[in-house]
Design a protein around this ligand. Structure first.
Ligand SMILES: CC(=O)SCCNC(=O)CCNC(=O)[C@H](O)C(C)(C)COP(=O)(O)OP(=O)(O)OC[C@H]1O[C@@H](n2cnc3c(N)ncnc32)[C@H](O)[C@@H]1OP(=O)(O)O
Length: 445
């Protein structure tokens, strides 16, 4: 059953727009098992995943039932009971670093069947989600995307980035100083209960993280029907600090090299560290494996200290770097006042938003203790503000991109995505937003 906190009312504007097209827009009744199964099959088929088996459907019905699942049905189609479009959403904390977080509306499983594309169905779904979340007082919407070309038009901007690394480990030494505590090789399944606990601690250290649900962790640990066949390949290690407290873990698999038994490839499936010591110790464990020539790790932080842990920084190749978490600000004062800031200053943000939620002039005033106040700037028209204030004109998608401090202000200025209303304003905003660690999201949702 959809969790009560996620059961926001259906958006009437989108319902009417789709009804005018002869389409029924409705919230899925997750108590109806057959309807739920058809919705799940349609949503995942829309993303080109293989069809679910009955066991897999049972996992997903239970594991994903908390979400608000919406479908669009075409009663004139050959299979009228299967939705031609889907979207799922739920309330979730979004980490902001410095042990802070803010509530956000997570949006996922957006799909429109190939038979119904380019008729405005996705627009109705997305705008419906944004209006529903805004009406419920949720300050930010967020998603991870299939294509980076889709969501900017609805005010989302890329706010956290990720990198894929490949490390040539032959002859490579880990030069980082040894840390206290120790790494234990363990059964993957034994780690499963600890994973969300350690992840929650790790997420406090960085902006951009979103807690994973139980089904996600079951899949990661090869305990779900969908991934059970991977269990024999899955290896695990746990890091305990000097007092014996688990502070990190790594899940990995090793693929044999067809010709060279000393050049296998180790893939880091998930490395989670709640402390610096855990991070260093787990990377040491991974990189020190004999008979491995290559280590690869995807979806890692862009500021991973890997090159600085080893004897040869060039052995660490960044094979991909891309945007990962997209944010859409719905309530500027709540979104901006939730995080900590790196410097004291006053910045007037003049935000344009075609959907209206974030439109306005907002005064961000930060103090030396890192806190901020954000108020609607009711005073002067453009250009007549206090000369001591930095002034930035920007669209809501640029505001989303900047929110966690992971997108360079200067790059947005050069690209014309923001405009200085007073000289030096971009540099001042960058100083205010600078995070300790690059924002990072270690999963998809
Ligand atoms: C958060 C997530 O779930 S990410 C997963 C997104 N889903 C997928 O990638 C699955 C495959 N793709 C699809 O299902 C569909 O093509 C969707 C959902 C991307 C788009 O659905 P549609 O109903 O065709 O979109 P709709 O007709 O409402 O188009 C709205 C706008 O988006 C644009 N658009 C639609 N698809 C794309 C695309 N793939 N790339 C760029 N722009 C697109 C349209 O041109 C239109 O632009 P406009 O601003 O000029 O009006």
């Amino acid at each position: 059953m959809t969790d009560a906190v996620n059961a926001l009312p259906l958006d009437e504007t989108s319902r009417a727009a789709l009804a005018a097209e002869g389409l029924r827009y409705a919230q899925l009744d997750t108590a109806d098992t057959a309807a739920h199964d058809r919705w799940l099959q349609a949503a995942y088929r829309g993303l080109h995943f293989a069809a679910f088996t009955p066991d897999e459907l049972a996992d997903y019905r239970t594991g994903f039932g908390y979400a608000r699942s919406i479908g669009v049905w075409d009663e004139t189609g050959a299979d009228a009971s299967t939705p031609v479009a889907t979207v799922a959403s739920w309330r979730s904390p979004l980490s902001l670093g410095d042990a802070r977080s803010v509530e956000a509306w997570a949006i996922s499983l957006v799909h429109v069947a190939a038979t119904h594309r380019r008729r405005g169905i996705a627009r109705a779904l997305l705008e419906g989600e944004l209006r529903a979340a805004h009406a419920a007082g949720i300050p930010i919407a967020m998603l991870t995307v299939s294509e980076a070309t889709i969501y900017g038009r609805w005010g989302f901007g890329p706010a956290a980035y990720c990198a894929d690394y490949r490390i040539a480990t032959a002859g490579l030494r880990v030069t980082a100083a040894a840390v206290g505590g120790r790494v234990h090789r363990v059964d993957a399944a034994s780690l499963r209960p600890l994973a969300p606990v350690i992840a929650a601690r790790a997420h406090e250290r960085v902006g951009g993280e979103v807690p994973s649900d139980a089904l996600h962790w079951d899949r990661a640990f090869a305990l779900a029907a969908r991934t059970a066949s991977r269990a024999p390949q899955l290896r695990a290690a746990r890091f305990d600090d000097a007092s014996g407290e688990p502070q990190g873990f790594v899940l990995y698999s090793v693929a044999e090299h067809p010709d060279d038994f000393s050049a296998h490839t180790l893939t880091v499936e998930h490395l989670c560290a709640a402390t610096d010591d855990a991070l260093v110790a787990l990377w040491r464990y991974v990189l020190d494996q004999d008979l491995v020539g290559t280590v690869q790790a995807a979806l890692r932080p862009v500021d991973e200290p890997l090159p600085w842990l080893v004897s040869n920084p060039r052995a660490v190749q960044t094979v991909a770097r891309r945007e990962h978490l997209w944010l859409r600000v719905l309530d500027v004062p709540v979104a901006l006042s939730a995080r900590r800031y790196a410097a004291a200053d006053s910045v007037l943000l003049r935000v344009t938003d075609s959907l209206g939620f974030a439109e306005g002039e907002w005064m961000l005033t930060t103090s030396t203790n890192g806190t901020a106040t954000v108020t609607a700037h009711a005073g002067e028209p453009h250009g007549a503000v206090d000369r001591a204030v930095a002034i930035i004109d920007l669209g809501v998608e640029a505001l989303g991109a900047l929110l966690l401090g992971g997108t360079p202000v200067e790059a947005l200025r050069v690209a014309g995505r923001l405009v200085e209303g007073a000289p030096g304003s971009a540099e001042r905003l960058a100083a205010v937003l600078r995070p300790t660690r690059a924002p990072h999201l270690s999963t998809w949702f």
